[in-house]
Design a protein around this ligand. Structure first.
Ligand code: UDP
Length: 330
């Protein structure tokens, strides 16, 4: 595989791991990122074009300079809570920004896109595991903005021949096993880095959001997928489109769920010390269980998770957090 691809949001968590995987697969990966949430130090496998997907002149200049054969589109705001308090910002950035990008692709003749979508487009599950034909009824503005882009993609293919794969991530987790990349959200809201931070004493005591769910141990169940597996799925989706594959959407998950308590137990095992934690009320908008049916990604993309067992997820995330702590030490 070879050629030039544009990676919007390539300085972020999943985008940077994917840029590394693309380079390993022989692509020239051009990162386009405004660095509002990403980090320049995460762009290590190709040039960084610093700018905004809302800036059409900038997109024109980048596409003229690099002539990408495809786009991998990660750039988005991705906090569910923030999307509730500031929905207009999410609609502008995630939807108007994506539309601006798609119009630029159409006008520059770039006919393939892999889009970062989310299981949040499904909303509350009516059946589990979630397959791609499950009704999409998001319950947050974040999920609604991602669904809106999926709908745009569905309309642009028949009109302009712009083929797409929308990848619906479940819970992205873990860090690059080689230790070159990891999760750096500011602020951090995700369970695994917060549990690790609590164990290391770099974050406050963990709050467990709800212990009265109708699950085996009373806490929420999620499908955690290693970021390296997500990256591999993007490379596979690009290959699928390059081989002439039709537009589609695929879940990216393992098909197996883990509870909040199971995660906390594994963090304590890996850290070799307890995770200081308090049990609290449910967080608004959290369904009891979200687990993927990953069959379509296996069939169409030939993709299966390779390092998403809980030990690999937690140990790579832990190694990254300890390295960050050393780096931040006075
Ligand atoms: N969670 C928790 N405490 C936290 C953060 C998350 O108990 O400080 C729970 C949350 O309710 C959910 C699971 O951990 O059931 C995963 O949440 P996260 O925010 O990591 O990902 P999400 O599922 O919201 O995408």
């Amino acid at each position: 595989m070879s050629g030039t691809v544009l990676v919007t949001g390539g300085a972020g968590y999943v985008g940077s791991h994917t840029a590394k995987a693309l380079a390993a697969a022989g692509y020239r990966a051009i990162t386009l990122d405004n660095l509002s949430r990403g980090f320049a130090h995460a762009v290590q496998w190709g040039p960084l074009e610093r700018g905004d997907i809302l800036d059409r002149d900038f997109l024109d200049a980048v596409m003229t300079r690099w002539r990408p054969q495809a786009v991998l589109h990660f750039a988005a705001l991705a906090y569910v809570g923030e999307s509730v308090s500031d929905p207009a910002r999410y609609w502008r950035n995630n939807v108007v920004g994506s539309l601006t990008l798609l119009e630029a692709m159409r006008d520059h003749g770039v006919g393939r896109i892999v889009f970062s979508s989310t299981c949040a487009t499904y909303g509350l599950p009516v059946r589990l595991p979630l397959a791609e034909d499950h009704p999409q009824a998001p319950i947050s503005p974040y999920g609604a903005t991602k669904l809106a882009v999926e709908r745009m993609l569905a309309d642009l293919d028949p009109a302009h021949g712009l083929r797409s794969v929308a990848l619906r991530y479940f819970n992205a987790a873990g860090a690059d096993p080689a230790g070159e990349l990891g999760e750096n959200h500011e602020p951090e809201t995700h369970l695994i880095p917060l549990a690790i931070g609590a164990a290391l004493g770099t974050a406050p005591r963990l709050k467990i959001f709800g212990t009265d769910y109708p699950t085996a141990d009373g806490t929420c169940i999620r499908d955690y997928i290693h970021v390296t597996d997500l990256a591999a799925a993007h490379v596979a989706a690009l290959g699928y489109l390059e081989a002439g594959g039709a537009s589609t959407a695929c879940n990216l998950g393992t098909g197996a769920g883990l509870s909040v308590r199971q995660i906390v137990t594994e963090v304590a095992n890996v850290a070799g010390r307890p995770v200081p934690a308090d049990e609290g009320p449910r967080r608004a908008g959290d369904p009891p269980e979200l687990v993927a049916d990953p069959a379509r990604a296996r069939q169409l993309l030939g993709w299966t998770p390779r390092c998403s067992d809980v030990a690999s997820v937690i140990s790579t995330a832990y190694a990254w957090s300890t390295r960050q702590r050393l780096r931040n030490a006075p």
